[in-house]
Design a protein around this ligand. Structure first.
Ligand code: PEP
Length: 259
């Protein structure tokens, strides 16, 4: 049985007041949901502490949107794993497509970050996903496989218990164009088969694979009803408390269908 895991990626949005207000609205609204599913919010670095304080005691976890792999030193502008732990983080998004395609992060840097997150005792969410032109050229599987194998290089089967995979087709992120549940399921199944090849059946069956890309309260249940969709990584819709709570409720409702 995989426990559903829904995370909100706030990206470079909110200010201090609105971040705290959103965090409070989410934590006040989750009620008993955290008993049956994992919920996290991922604000910008500078609001992590305030958001962690705001959700304290609600069962809602806090994640960072990025990290640097070095522990300390002359890395101006960067944030370490220890710093994230210090302000109450549990999760760290690694290799989000904004960072791959806007900032220019490559697989080897993403892998170093993911290994540092694991070594520091936090839980990485590794994002993978193809561009539209790659899907159109039938390269979805090769792109996803390359990102998955590079991102997880050096990760042991034992460490996989702390790793979440997020499949986020780049053409569906922030575009309003969601992958159909069938399109998501096909790639999630492919990822699970790859995990089986890399780590064996037990790890593959236990690993949470989130879908991300224009998820809304109205499409969450259909996505979550797919056998290999275990959770959601939500961008835009996680900035509106009501919409995010709607997604959480729809996801909890589909939890029974999970393997
Ligand atoms: C994301 O930021 O990871 C994302 C999936 O964004 P959106 O839900 O807005 O498409």
């Amino acid at each position: 049985m995989r426990r559903p895991f829904v995370a909100g990626n706030w990206k470079m949005n909110t200010d201090l007041n609105s971040a705290v207000a959103l965090a409070r609205a989410v934590s006040d609204g989750v009620n008993g949901l955290t008993r049956s599913m994992t919920i996290a919010v991922c604000p910008p670095f500078v609001y992590l502490k305030a958001v962690a304080d705001a959700v304290k005691g609600s069962g809602v976890a806090v994640g960072a949107q990025d990290v640097y792999f070095q522990p300390n030193g002359a890395f101006t502008g960067e944030i370490s794993v220890a710093m994230l732990k210090d302000v109450g983080c549990t999760y760290v998004i690694c290799g989000h497509s904004d960072r791959r395609h806007v900032i220019g992060e490559q697989d080897d840097l993403i892998n170093k970050k993911l290994l540092a997150v694991l070594a520091g005792g936090l839980r990485p969410i590794l994002c993978v996903g193809e561009l539209l032109e790659q899907r159109d050229a039938n390269q979805t599987e090769s792109v996803v496989e390359g990102q998955l194998r590079s991102g997880l290089k050096g990760v042991s089967a034992g460490q996989m218990g702390s790793v979440t995979i997020a499949y986020e087709p780049v053409w569906a992120i922030g575009t309003g164009r969601t992958a159909t549940p069938q399109q998501a399921q096909e790639v999630h199944r492919f990822i699970r088969d790859l995990l089986e090849d890399m780590y064996g059946q037990q790890v593959a069956q236990a690993t949470i694979i989130q879908y991300g890309g224009s998820v809304k309260a109205s499409n969450a249940a259909d996505l979550m009803a797919q056998p290999d969709v275990d959770g959601l990584l939500v961008g835009g819709a996680s900035l509106k408390a009501d919409e995010f709570l709607g997604i959480l409720k729809a996801s909890a409702g589909s939890a029974d269908g999970l393997a």
